[in-house]
Write a protein that binds this ligand. Structure first.
Ligand SMILES: [Zn+2]
Length: 171
């Protein structure tokens, strides 16, 4: 769908993107092995930005700069983790709160014991709570239940079905 739009608006871009394997561009083709929603490019750009001050230094000085930067980063992450009031760090808690808010706006229809059709005004997804998958692929790729999965789990709770193993891991 998106590629067809790109083809209509920019043929050169379409041809350039067509040469790149879908597994590198599209969530629908990602393997799910990494269990992260972080974009690699953001990591690299952030790291490169930090190294600007060391690029023109001799190799040992540059490596020492990187070691000190990484040490400070690890300490800062540990400090942030220490501020967590629950099992999640503050950023994940905020994301989780947003997921729960969005989940409450969705309509859920049970298909069978483990499969749920979850609809919003514009789209729908199919959640499998046993396999921990959703057709949006966020649950598969990050291990954090997406809004569709949470909506399905809420529906299970409302119908007195056991969800402890699902909600217990994130809440
Ligand atoms: Zn989903």
């Amino acid at each position: 769908m998106a590629m067809e739009e790109i083809k209509k608006t920019n043929l050169d871009m379409f041809l350039w993107l067509s040469d790149i394997p879908a597994a590198r561009l599209s969530r629908s083709h990602f393997s799910g092995r990494a269990k992260s929603d972080m974009l690699l490019n953001n990591l690299c750009e952030s790291f490169n930005k930090q190294l600007v001050g060391a690029r023109d230094k001799p190799i040992i000085t540059c490596l020492e700069y990187i070691r000190e930067y990484m040490t400070m980063r690890i300490v800062n992450v540990k400090k942030m983790q220490a501020t967590a009031r629950g099992p999640l760090i503050p950023q994940a808690t905020k994301a989780w709160d947003e997921i729960q808010t969005e989940a409450s706006k969705l309509t859920v229809m049970m298909v069978d014991e483990v499969t749920y059709q979850v609809k919003s005004l514009r789209s729908q997804c199919v959640v499998n709570v046993e396999d921990r998958t959703c057709t949006c692929r966020r649950w598969d790729l990050t291990s954090m239940p997406c809004k569709h999965a949470v909506a399905a789990l809420y529906d299970m709770i409302e119908n007195n079905m056991h969800v402890g193993t699902f909600i217990g891991e994130v809440g």
